[in-house]
Design a protein around this ligand. Sequence first.
Ligand SMILES: Cc1ncc(COP(=O)(O)O)c(C=O)c1O
Length: 458
Amino acid sequence: MGNDNRSREIAELMRRRIAGMRAGERLPGVRALAAEYRASAATISSALSSLTVLGLVRAEPGRGTFVAGQERMPESDFSWQSQALGRVRVDADRASRLGSYGTPEHLPLSWGYLSPELQPGEELRRIGSRAARSGQGWGMTPPAGSPELRRVLAAEYRAEPSDVLVVSGGQQGLVFALRTLAEPGAAVITESPSYPGAILAAQSAGLRLSAVPADDDGILVDRLADELERTKARVVYLQPSCANPTGAVLSARRRAQVLALASAHGAFIVEDDWARHLWLDRSAPDPLFAEDPDGHVVSVLTLSKPVSPSLRLGAILARGPAGARLRASRTADDLCVSPLVQEIALELLSSSAWPRHLRRLRAALVGRREAMADAIRSTLPDVRLPRIPSGGLHLWARLPEGLDSAEVSAAAYAAGVLVGDGRHFFVDEPPAPHLRFSYGAATGPQITEGIRRLAQHL
Ligand SMILES: Cc1ncc(COP(=O)(O)O)c(C=O)c1O
C-alpha cells in the first residue's frame, strides 16, 4: 500500500517533468531515478510502468526509457477525408449544444437530467454493489434484453414482454427507431419545436425532416394531415406527454385524430415517452401505444430521466414486423445492453424504493418548478412563460422581440450560466426567440443566482 502510494507520487512528479521535455528525449536510468527520488528500484519501475500505460513514455529494451510523442510524424493532411465522407449529416453545432455540460462551475439552468441530490443515489449504490457481486450482471442477456426486465417494462404499456427491446437510453431508442422505420432519404415529420436529439437522430439516419407547428394541445392535426400528404412521410415523431421543450400535452381529441391519420396514411408514430415518470400535478396519461392495436405506435421510454443520466437504460416498444426488425438490428449493433445496467434497472424498478423515490422526486420537482417560474417572473419581467407544464423538467420562455437567443445564451454561458438556446429546438428558422430553462438539474439557490446573472444580460 505504502509502496503503491509512493510510486503514484513519483509517477505524478515524473509526469510534470516529462511535460517540460521533448519527445524522444531519454530519461535517466532506473538507478539514477531511484537515487534522485529516494525510492527503491521496484517503486521507480512501477511508476515508469504506469507512465508507459498512459502513453507518456516508452521503454526500449537495452536502450532505456524515452519520452513518447510523435517526434518523427510528418504534418497530417486530412483534406481527402471530406471528399470521401460526402455531405455532413449531423449538425455539429446542435450536437455540441446537446452534449455540452459547461464546466463544474456553471449553474445548470438548462440540462435535462436530475441533480445528484434528486437521484436515488443511496439505492443505486446499494443495488449497484449487489449487482456487481452477483453472477447475473457479468453474464450475457438475449439481444432484446433480460426477460424479467422486459416483463416489468411491458406492464406499464399494456404490451407483451416480447414487444420490448431494451436499449441504452432514450437517445439510442430514437436512433434505432428512426433508422429502422424509415429508409435513408425518406421524409419524417416532427412537431415543432422539438427535442434537438430527435432532430440529430433523424439527421444521422439520413432522413429528410420537416416540422409541423404545435400549440398547448400538441401537434396541429390539420397541418399534420397536409404535411403527410405533401411529403408522403411514413414516420411522425411526437412527444404526446409533456413535450420537451414546451411542456405541451397532446389532447384526448388530437390523440384520436393523430391515430386516425397514422392509420389512413399507413404511417408510424414514434412516441417519445421520456416524461412518463415525471408528471407532477396529476398522473401521466396512458401511452399512445396502449391505444393502438395495429402497430402504428412505436414507443421509446427512458430511465435516465427519473433516475440518473448514467443509468443508460431505455426501451423501444413495437409490435409486428417493425418490432421484429428493430430487435434484429440490435444484434447487428452491439449484441445487448450491459447486463450489469439491466440488472440494476430491474432491481430498482421492482424494489419498494422505486415508488418512494418517485414520490420524493415529484415533491422536489414541484418546488423547483415554482421557484424557477417565480424567479423568472420577478427578475426577468420581459421574458414570458407561455405555459407552466404539468410535468417534465423544462420551462419554455419567450424572449422579447429583437433579442437573439444565441447571443443571450452565449452571454449567459460567459457569465457561468447554462441556458438552452431556443434555436436548436427548431428544424428550420425559429419563428421567435426563446430560451429553454430546466428545473431538475439546479438547486434552489443555483436557480436564484442563475436568473439574477441572466438578468444582467437581458
Ligand atoms: C425528449 C427527450 N427524449 C429523449 C431523450 C434521451 O434521453 P436519454 O438518452 O438520456 O434516455 C431526452 C434527453 O434529453 C429528451 O429530452
